[in-house]
Design a protein around this ligand. Sequence first.
Ligand SMILES: Cc1cc2nc3c(=O)[nH]c(=O)nc-3n(C[C@H](O)[C@H](O)[C@H](O)COP(=O)(O)O)c2cc1C
Length: 359
Amino acid sequence: MHKVTLLTPLQIGDLTLPNRVLMAPLTRMRATDDRLPTDMMATYYEQRASAGLIITEATIIMPEGAGYVNTPGLYTDEQVAGWRTITDAVHAAGGRIFVQLWHTGRVSHPSFQPQGALPVAPSAIAIAGELMTPVGRRPYETPRALETDEIGGLVAKFAEAAQRAQDAGFDGVEIHGANGYLIDQFLRDGTNKRTDRYGGSLANRARFLLEIVDAVKEIWPVHRIGVRLSPSHDHGHMVDSNPYESFTYFAEALAQKDIGYIHIREANDTDRYDIVPAIRDLYKGVLIVNEGYNKTRALDALESDRADAVAFGALFIANPDLPIRFRLDAPLNEVDPSTFYGGGAKGYVDYPALALSVA
Ligand SMILES: Cc1cc2nc3c(=O)[nH]c(=O)nc-3n(C[C@H](O)[C@H](O)[C@H](O)COP(=O)(O)O)c2cc1C
């Protein structure tokens, strides 16, 4: 068998990724106030078209899913047209792009909600702390627990967004089940105290995610659907009484759905336990890993068969041509975290590609 490298092509169903250096989903908060994608966003993604696969920034499926300003949406025809400009630009530059479908659940605030309603969640449990809202810093409020008969409607909203993703020319969708947002809130018992068929047992906690997968399968070929999970991450103050047992169960359930890939955001306490090998054992589809990888660690991950591909966040922000820099062992641009969220071209579309930076 040939040794797998970062530049070995990878097959996801009928989709060929030319390399295994993937762009992680990255919220940059540069859409319009109406959550429309912009031409500058098209430039940003086009610059990164050499990624094996681009996974877009998290994109809300409905207005109620918002938890931050200037994050894009995928629920109007205008948004579809805006995204179409982006997918066309990426394809013309030889790239492939999936959109990450997002609902923030309790990581929202009435100031983001139509009519100032409470955000929704599996259970009425608030996050401790504050968030930045359109009206300044505010404490998180206690979300409203979803009624059982509302949940089917939310699943349908994910499917509608998946349809719009197809209309916008994306190559597939990544369902955002990570980082403490709505789906993750259902998965973990720290945030899911429901007593109906969406809470309690692992099968019940997995139900919302699996219903979304099934609904999206009606629209996309199954290998064009990825799911992102963050089993060992506490982003959004997530806790689970037994994350190892929970997430191996969820991965096994996803294995039965035959989806295109599972994408694991690994940290931040992998020192305590490392769940990736267990998931690798029971899930035979494409496995993507992420967080804290550089070229050496990524190569190790591929060579040791820890995963099939690695997604890069910060490094892709700062290095639009990351795969070629890895290939040439070229120096990397330094990332500027102060320009991560919001603002204009600075720290967004002005990181130089290699030819320019060595000229
Ligand atoms: C600016 C920024 C925005 C992010 N936005 C998202 C997002 O929209 N969706 C998501 O799943 N993860 C998001 N993340 C997490 C990244 O996808 C990734 O997991 C994290 O940056 C760790 O990978 P890295 O060490 O290669 O940067 C974001 C991270 C950063 C730094």
